[in-house]
Design a protein. Sequence first.
Length: 258
Amino acid sequence: MYAWPSLAPVGFVSAAGVPLGLCVDATGDIWVPMNDSLIWEFAHGGYAPIRQLLDNYGLPGSCSSDPTTGNLAAGSYFGASSGPGNVLVYKKARRGPAVFALPDRSQCFSVAYDSEGNLFANGIDANGRPILAELSKGKRSFERVSVPLGVGRPGSLQWDGKYLAEQDADTNVIYQFKVSNAVAIIKGLTTLQLGGYINALWITGGTKRHPQGTAVVGTNYAYYGFSVWKYPSGGDPEAVVYGVASSPEGVTVSPDKP
């Protein structure tokens, strides 16, 4: 764990297994999907889990918290009973999950709620093509979203406070999309220079007056570290930290005063 925004190391959390795509909820609690099919909840600054959720369908590789309901979504990778990758939704991050399949027998990589409670997921379809899909609030099934400029390899997916931000993991570019009527319109892009192999991203720093984030943190999987860029301007990193204990699989930022 590191202090934000100073990036000073403040401690370690020991766990059996590998933590994957982390996320944070509206209270500042951290959610950690694990490769043993558990999803752990930690209080802000906490060193021991305060709750566990179980993924009976596969491996939870990503998560996102619905700011309108407190529901927690998890993207479930292939598993014994997961099929081609389900999206699981835990009501109030306590009960369930409800299980949703993606269109075209897609494998799910990342999930993200927007500020209105619409849920998005990305991944690849049965033919290996990138896919973006939306579960509109109140609906019971995902709908494939048409993306005019295809992302080469879908990476992290997050609502940046203003747009849906999707990483192209092949190029380290973040596309900002406005999604309407199952069509994604590109509103901007952010190029992250000198990032290496960015395995996960997290956008932070938005305010009520200016909701779009102002900083993005990206893990450097190959070099045991992470970098911080201005957002959405990107360019060269403002800060680089090396010496993470292992190759980082996920990253999130819990604000001091959520």
